[in-house]
Design a protein around this ligand. Structure first.
Ligand code: A2P
Length: 311
């Protein structure tokens, strides 16, 4: 993959900033100020959104204010995601249009299929993350082809995948007229997924790392989860560089040439998480961190939907 000025060149030739602000679990009343601070004070040029996060309209209001302040739309890279209940080809366009309305944008830079799971749409205005979902008989191919049409219509510049495994990507590649630009997956030293990253990157599919800090805000796992931010190996490396553990984790992701989207609504942490371009991890340090893998997932749909998605 080619990286220029801390941006990765996607397979549609668009440059995507390696660092973005995550917004999963960013609460109402907090997400707007967080996005504003990130863009106007901390230099972020990439915001990662999703319809299911339930906060796109507040982010949209903030985008409007930011553009009124003079930032150009083209200077911001915005991702959103198609939720599972909208996989039916007849729903894909309207789901994307709803996100565009909420975000107050004419186009998205990137639109991802959030999961390879087609859930029945019961018309809930706020579909839930949890509970055993009813499924819909919609193939990945049907959904992907409807997403390709969004690019044809100019509503999105690129389309991609999230949470896709090797075999699921092979399936998409077998019929894709437009290749996925991205696969956004859970990535951090406890779940480095080296082979999946290598497979995607060698097929010119860039990779985005979500939960790069080990998802400390993920209530489902809080008690029994290994706490990545307290890892002794990473802590030792952080001390050697005069950086925080979070900054080392973000830097490790960037040096793997993965896009990385730490979530924060705290101004000090938003700022600190972006201060990762003034130091370099040595090859030995990269290896030490990469060797921490224990295949641990902080995000596992088995817990939500009873689907053994990653087994
Ligand atoms: P907050 O929003 O209060 O800053 P991940 O992106 O891996 O899911 O991690 C997001 C979680 O980590 C959020 O709970 C966020 O809380 C917290 N967080 C973000 N940045 C840092 C940081 N630099 N140090 C510690 N915790 C952080």
């Amino acid at each position: 993959m080619e990286v220029v000025d801390n941006r990765i060149i996607l397979n549609n030739q668009v440059a995507m900033p390696l660092l973005g602000l995550g917004t999963w679990k960013s609460q109402p009343g907090q997400v707007g100020p967080a996005v504003k601070y990130a863009v106007l004070q901390a230099g972020y040029r990439h915001i990662d959104c999703a319809a299911i996060y339930g906060n796109e309209s507040e982010i949209g209001q903030t985008f409007k204010e930011i553009f009124n302040d003079g930032l150009k739309r083209d200077d911001l890279f915005v991702t959103s995601k198609l939720w599972n209940t909208k996989h039916n080809p007849k729903d894909v366009l309207s789901a994307c249009q709803q996100t565009l309305r909420d975000l107050q944008l004419d186009y998205l830079d990137l639109y991802l299929m959030h999961w390879g799971v087609a859930q029945a749409d019961h018309g809930d205005s706020k579909p839930n993350h949890s509970g055993r979902p009813d499924l819909q008989s919609i193939s990945l191919q049907q959904t992907w082809q409807a997403m390709e049409e969004l690019v044809d219509k100019g509503l999105v510049k690129a389309i991609g995948l999230a949470n896709f495994t090797g075999p699921m990507i092979l399936d998409v590649l077998s019929y894709a007229r437009l290749k996925p630009a991205i696969n956004q997956i859970e990535l951090h030293p406890y779940n480095p997924q080296h082979r999946l990253v290598e497979f995607c990157q060698s097929n010119n599919i860039a990779v985005t790392a979500y939960s790069p800090l080990g998802s400390p805000g993920n209530f489902l796992n809080q008690t029994e989860s290994p706490v990545l931010l307290k890892d002794v190996v990473v802590k030792t490396i952080a001390e050697a560089h005069g950086k925080s553990v979070a900054q080392i984790l973000i830097r490790w992701a960037i040096q793997r040439q993965t896009v990385v989207i730490p979530k924060s609504v705290n101004p000090d942490r938003i700022k600190a998480n972006a201060e990762v371009f003034d130091f370099i991890l040595s090859q030995t340090e990269m290896k030490e961190i990469s060797n921490l893998g224990i295949n641990y997932r902080y995000v596992d749909p088995w817990l939500w939907w009873g689907i053994p998605y990653f087994d």
